[in-house]
Design a protein around this ligand. Structure first.
Ligand SMILES: NC(=O)c1ccc[n+]([C@@H]2O[C@H](COP(=O)([O-])OP(=O)(O)OC[C@H]3O[C@@H](n4cnc5c(N)ncnc54)[C@H](O)[C@@H]3O)[C@@H](O)[C@H]2O)c1
Ligand SMILES: O=C(O)[C@H](O)COP(=O)(O)O
Length: 613
């Protein structure tokens, strides 16, 4: 499972020791001591004075670095980074700013550097990690999205990946608002006409924003900042986000609605979801067909959220009156992209994060994280951080994947209602002595990484949960046994679910345990199941009658889907039963639809252990 990769101990103890620098106070330099000492020191220490403060925010020259030392790291800055951040890096290492490298140039250079700093254009693939021959120890992503870094390869090859998750949020929101206004008032088209010598006052009459409804699709960091600003334009703001806290939205005067309500009510749509298996191609023909005619769409999230060909059809059919796009499924978009040349589409080349201020802030944030990581420390923005002392990790390791998998399963069963309460119950012979920090972090990780851009680790899990408005309630139930835990239950407070049988007393509940070292799902709602918690899981509720199991299996077989596990559990003979089925690859929507039509089947849903892209 993904969890074990993220948790795999990264070679922190082998990090090159950062050169002594006047910027680093003695207690900031952690030597190559044991990882447990580093980690517990990190967790116990209050946040230290910012390195960036020492470097000076106003581009004043940083304090001189001591003469070159043999251990001084080399840092490759592969994309344009704010000067302040570059200065911070120069204070601790040799910095090579080489922009616009070809793939071959990157492959040639990478074995000569200890760290690389990138934005979204540089692809740090397995090939790049392998070409580094073990020297590359840190990748710093100066921004949020890490979809251009192969995290699995990074973890396997002992490389820490850090990002700058918050510094460009406001810039992205401002760009969303800029595109919204430009779209409503045809600013780019009118400008182009004037530059071509035409004075077209009648052709470019726009539409007003005041009093119109803006539907925010994805109410996270950027979405909520867009909402705040759109309220100032006099718009009614609604949001579709099945995982958002209603209370947080209400505090901003935003109503959380269902997808159908958003589609029916939105005059403007602003997209702010991450690109995940769930959101990929989310804006498709079906969705466009349900939109209010003449709606307008802004996308500063990720290009892949929109099915390009479907948007083109919706534009040509007049369902969508216009679109403003900052992001594209392939960047830069190829010449035959169906949208860029459309007269009702306005475009910018992925400029959401590109303000002077945001880039300076991102540069400071990433430089601080890279220096910290080179120094063998954990930072909250460490994407693939080692999380605990090896002995604690070893004991909890089998349950780590279980906690992650249960969090992931529970959140995927949430429907449109949103949730704020998460209940975790540990059944443990340790009773109150159980150290649940890692397990709690893993449940939060499973949930948030499925639905947000957040990269969750032990350092930042509680903070991220709090920021999302999640209330985590933990209970330890004493149990008999020799293992540290016998069972974990995860419940989210929600009265409706994509699988109604998962709801017990207004909570979506799943439970699991570890069998032969592997995580197993042992309960969904009130039904006992027994299924390895890996790959794709299909849940079916049916009337307990002969023939259904065979009919369901043959639907899978007809699509060449291999069933790895199947359990059936019922309340009592002839009433209702649920089938939990593990399949080796994701069933298509057509298979799910076909299963749902089998006589006696009442509901079907599926979830996966795969995390967000
Ligand atoms: N254009 C740019 O330069 C730029 C800059 C910053 C961020 N971004 C992108 O903007 C997007 C949002 O970033 P963020 O920092 O606000 O992320 P975030 O994780 O804070 O918020 C994402 C929100 O989407 C919601 N969500 C997840 N799946 C959903 C679904 N199926 N339907 C509806 N909502 C769903 C989540 O619950 C979450 O609230 C990301 O795609 C990010 O990569 C782009
Ligand atoms: O993921 C991000 O932070 C944004 O998409 C910005 O990407 P950029 O740093 O390449 O502008």
């Amino acid at each position: 499972m993904q969890a074990s990769l993220c948790m795999s101990p990264v070679a922190v103890a082998q990090q090159p020791k950062v050169a002594s620098s006047a910027l680093m106070r003695p207690q900031q330099r952690v030597g190559a001591g044991s990882r447990s000492a580093q980690v517990s020191g990190m967790l116990a220490a209050p946040r230290r004075a910012s390195l960036r403060a020492a470097a000076g925010r106003k581009r004043t020259p940083v304090v001189a670095v001591a003469a070159a030392e043999p251990t001084k790291p080399t840092i490759l800055v592969a994309e344009k980074l704010g000067d302040g951040g570059v200065d911070m890096l120069k204070a601790v290492g040799t910095v090579d700013c080489s922009y616009d490298m070809t793939k071959d140039e990157l492959l040639a250079k990478i074995s000569l550097v200890d760290a690389i700093v990138i934005r979204s254009a540089t692809k740090v693939t397995r090939e790049v990690f392998e070409a580094s021959k073990g020297r590359l120890k840190v990748v710093g992503r100066a921004g949020v999205g890490i979809d251009n870094v192969d995290l699995t390869a990074a973890s396997e090859l002992g490389c820490l990946v850090v990002n700058a998750p918050t510094a460009n949020t406001v810039a992205a929101a401002e760009h969303g608002i800029a595109l919204l206004c430009a779209l409503a008032r045809n600013v780019p088209q009118a400008d182009a006409a004037m530059k071509a010598g035409r004075w077209e006052r009648n052709k470019w009459v726009g539409v007003s924003m005041v009093g119109k409804t803006l539907a925010i699709m994805g109410f996270g960091k950027v979405g909520s900042e867009v909402a705040r600003r759109a309220k100032g334009l006099g718009m009614t703001v609604i949001a579709y986000d099945p995982y958002a806290s209603q209370e947080k939205a209400a505090a901003l005067g935003v109503k959380i609605v269902t997808m159908d309500e958003a589609l029916a009510q939105g005059d403007f749509f602003s997209l702010h979801t991450p690109l995940t298996p769930n959101t990929k191609g989310m804006f498709n023909d079906e969705l466009f067909s349900k939109m209010k005619k003449g709606a307008r769409i802004v996308n500063v999230a990720r290009g892949g959220v929109i099915d390009d060909a479907a948007l083109r059809r919706a534009l040509d059919a007049g369902i969508v009156a216009g679109a403003a796009l900052d992001v594209f499924s392939t960047e830069p978009p190829p010449e035959d992209n169906p949208l860029v040349s459309h007269p009702a589409v306005i475009c910018t080349p992925h400029l959401g994060a590109s303000t002077k201020e945001a880039q300076e802030e991102v540069a400071y944030e990433i430089a601080e994280a890279v220096i910290s990581a080179l120094n063998g420390e954990l930072t909250p923005s460490c994407v693939n951080a080692p999380m605990m002392a090896p002995e604690v990790l070893k004991e909890l390791q089998p349950f780590v994947a279980l906690a992650d998998g249960l969090g992931r399963a529970a959140v995927q069963l949430v429907e449109d209602s949103g949730f704020a309460d998460v209940f975790i119950t540990y059944h443990s012979p340790r009773g109150d002595d159980l150290d649940s920090r890692l397990l709690r972090a893993m449940v939060i990780k499973g949930m948030l990484e499925q639905i947000t851009t957040s990269q969750v680790n032990l350092v930042n899990a509680d903070l991220l949960a709090k920021k999302r408005g999640l209330r985590i309630v933990e209970t330890v139930v004493p149990a008999e046994g020799t293992q540290v835990l016998t069972q974990i239950e995860v419940a989210v407070g929600a009265s409706t679910s994509k699988f109604s049988s998962a709801v017990v007393d207004d909570r979506i509940e799943v439970a699991g345990s570890v069998k032969s070292g592997a995580p197993f799902l042992t309960r969904v709602g009130a039904y006992d199941v027994d299924l390895a918690l890996e790959g794709e899981v299909v849940l079916v509720r049916q009337t307990d009658q002969p023939g259904i199991i065979a009919a369901v299996s043959s639907e899978f077989a007809s699509q060449k889907l291999n069933i790895s596990y199947m359990t059936v559990s019922r309340e009592s003979k002839g009433t209702e039963a649920i089938m939990a089925i593990g399949v080796d690859s994701a069933p298509s929507a057509a298979v799910v639809e076909a299963v749902s039509k089998i006589k006696g089947v009442q509901e079907v849903t599926l979830f996966s252990d795969k995390r967000a892209a």
